[in-house]
Design a protein around this ligand. Sequence first.
Ligand SMILES: C[S@@+](CC[C@H](N)C(=O)[O-])C[C@H]1O[C@@H](n2cnc3c(N)ncnc32)[C@H](O)[C@@H]1O
Length: 350
Amino acid sequence: MPYVVRSWSLPAELEELVTAELWSHGLLGCQTVDGAEGVLAVPGGAAPAPEGGQARVRVVAWFPAGSAGEPDPLGSWFAEGVEPLGVEEAPDEDWLAAWRERAQPFPLGRSFWVDPREPEDDPARAPLVPPDGRRPLLLPARSAFGVGSHESTRLAVELLEEAALPGRDVLDVGTGTGILAFAALHLGAREALGFDVDPAAAAAARENAARNGFDLLVYAGDARALAAGVRFDWALVNVVPELILPALPAIAARVDGMVLSGILAEKGAAVLGTVEDLGFVERARAEAGEWVAFRVERPEADHLAIPPIPAALDLPEAHGTFGAIPGRDDHAEPSLQPRALGPARGGVRP
Ligand SMILES: C[S@@+](CC[C@H](N)C(=O)[O-])C[C@H]1O[C@@H](n2cnc3c(N)ncnc32)[C@H](O)[C@@H]1O
């Protein structure tokens, strides 16, 4: 399908707020270019007008076809220094094709080996053999977020690898490709449910589940669609705070621990304050560049305090179910309620 591409020049400090707002206007994807003269100039657009020394960025955003005549979604920001640069129709292109052609498998955390290539690219290609006992994650780089190359995903995976996951149930909020749910299932989680407000992401996660041999329950929608009373041990939340904080109390009420990523370092203290108010304490944090991630747990959640899996080579065997963890009889019953969630179950297919 063709797209409508809009671009704006704006003060750099507004970038996050503005892109968060664009998602509520049907945004399909966006890119930010440093400097008002960024390389993604939209033909026909007005020249950006730098303001005396103030750092500005160019935001280029893709919307569904047919939306070109709609009012500018950032109209209410014009008084704050946001300037529209142009609107145009763009043909349907596989933006990631060139990258994918060069993409090669790469390590993720201590335990995983991500293959972002198209499975059908080269039928004669030798099967993937991850080194060092790593687990394969087959995630063709398409439109859904989460092939493991972004810092926020990497930080979340690092924190997951140190978490008490064997036999636990996981809610993957903003699942994207499903990468965090698959990582959790590989690390021994018993069941995983993923959801994403982007229907294309939910579809990709479902496809990737089959590709990776998992029965992952996925839906397109937000936290409000979760059945009342359904609980999980962990929530995995790699979503920028601007988009997920409103839903966080409802998510937090269902879990005993959370991995929170997608947080700019400057927002870390505020996010941590919010989750502490919800009854959680920080257990671990990971940082990379401008990003920070936290693992938080309820202080009374003793059942999460089991030793983490020590090394990639000691991962549980990826066959059968992970329900029976020696010495974990206290948590033998699934905390997911099958009637509320439907018949699909997470875990590795036998
Ligand atoms: C940064 S990506 C994370 C993808 C993947 N979980 C990962 O870690 O790589 C954030 C995802 O959250 C989704 N999202 C944004 N707001 C959401 C909300 N309120 N509820 C559920 N999903 C949301 C987006 O569509 C996007 O796919």
